[in-house]
Design a protein around this ligand. Sequence first.
Ligand SMILES: Cc1cc2nc3c(=O)[nH]c(=O)nc-3n(C[C@H](O)[C@H](O)[C@H](O)COP(=O)(O)OP(=O)(O)OC[C@H]3O[C@@H](n4cnc5c(N)ncnc54)[C@H](O)[C@@H]3O)c2cc1C
Ligand code: SF4
Ligand code: SF4
Ligand code: SF4
Length: 444
Amino acid sequence: MTERNVVTEVVAKSLCCGCGVCTAVCRGKALEMRFNTLGELVPALVGRCAHCQLCLKVCPALEVGEPLLPEALFGRGSKMERDPHIGGFIECCVGYSSRHRMKSASGGMATWTLEQLFQKDKINAAICVGRSPKNDRLFEPVIVSSAAELSSCSSSRYYPVEFSSVLKYILRNEGRYAIVALPCAVTGIRKAQRAVPVLRERIRYVFALACGHGVSKHFAGFLLAAAGLTEAKVKTVDFRYSARSRKATNFAFRAQHAAGNWSNLLYFDGLYGALWNGRFFVPRACDFCDDLFAPLADATFMDAWLPEYTSDVHGTSIVVARHPEVSRLMQGAKESGAFLRPITIARVRQSQSGALAYKTTYLPLRVARAERNGLKIPRSFPRAVVPGGLRERLAKIKHGARDWVCRLSFESRGHPRRLWISVLAAYLQGQRLCRAARRRMARL
Ligand SMILES: Cc1cc2nc3c(=O)[nH]c(=O)nc-3n(C[C@H](O)[C@H](O)[C@H](O)COP(=O)(O)OP(=O)(O)OC[C@H]3O[C@@H](n4cnc5c(N)ncnc54)[C@H](O)[C@@H]3O)c2cc1C
Ligand code: SF4
Ligand code: SF4
Ligand code: SF4
């Protein structure tokens, strides 16, 4: 019998987002999450596959079995409005928690919500992302068992994280858990909850961070090298340092040496943002992902990237609430130190207009192009006509050059050479000059 599992059907086609859900549910312990040479976490076959295909049923990259409908999760009775991109929602708010925002990514509302759930005894453990004790990674999902421990896990980690260990822990240990994850992992966790009842019973809340795209671990490796450090010499990394900026959008990357002192700051309006916005070190799965707002999550948290909020350097969050309990928490937010006001769904979409265009308007073009090259992508959007000719060929050259620079910038040990930092900096400068020339031509 031919073996069919996520390694043959997902990893081999570069469609894996690295969530680790397959590895958690594999009863034969045949899978293990490992970094590939591109710095992405993917499952590897380490034991005998029993061909049960459970991994295929829970994988967010595939459409196996009945589609997962939000109605089944939130109940037909719950009064929800609907948006084609955001999915169902009870209400949307914008604001911040004054206690959490200084340490958090944006307004601190994700940490505030978890804290409230602990205080109201709705959960007795939360799965957040914290510093990993493992040698091969900086961060991983960890079990937090009290509100006081939450602050060590706040802020965004632009780093690959996988949930296999924590899901295995939940399978072994009774409890009432809340999980924070990116939209792809939320889908995987929801599918696993459908397939494995004990996960449905124990995981009471699944929260999402909105996601434009993920990155491989080489993204952090490259920034560390640009700041003069390597992973081995680092105590921790802060991807969202904003205290010395003037705008919330211009946060900085910084790293703490093992000795305790912090590196120089790499601001988002420099190399940091050029790498992020240029989609360097982005896994291929993200090129085909249409999930920005995680409609299957009980609540989705995101940055309020709107002009009236970005001038507040400490950060502002938008919360899309789908679970009635989260909506209740938001009603009583003021007494618990959070300042929230309602925001329309159109403004929520507007706050993510760049990422939304990438995941909607331009996505079918990327998929059609990949399918022309023989890759079968599961999708929930219509087929688009791929523009041929010079434009497409130029786009291909651009993507080819980006991949080439990304791959060559790492040696086999995974440390970028100074030479490649210079090559990449020159490449980004070239891109900037081309964009400026294009703008000038358009004006003429
Ligand atoms: C890869 C990535 C891409 C993102 N893209 C966008 C985007 O396009 N637009 C947008 O508005 N927002 C995006 N976000 C979310 C944004 O960075 C903030 O996390 C969000 O606004 C919540 O801020 P907060 O202050 O409420 O959260 P905080 O109070 O800082 O709490 C954040 C919570 O998320 C957990 N967490 C951190 N990193 C990860 C991770 N990698 N996976 C799972 N959980 C994690 C933390 O442990 C913590 O519990 C992205 C986040 C990530 C990690
Ligand atoms: S098919 Fe079953 S045994 Fe094989 S890897 Fe997948 S879950 Fe594990
Ligand atoms: S996307 Fe997640 S479930 Fe699918 S193969 Fe990758 S790690 Fe496994
Ligand atoms: S873009 Fe999609 S696949 Fe990539 S990390 Fe974000 S949610 Fe996951």
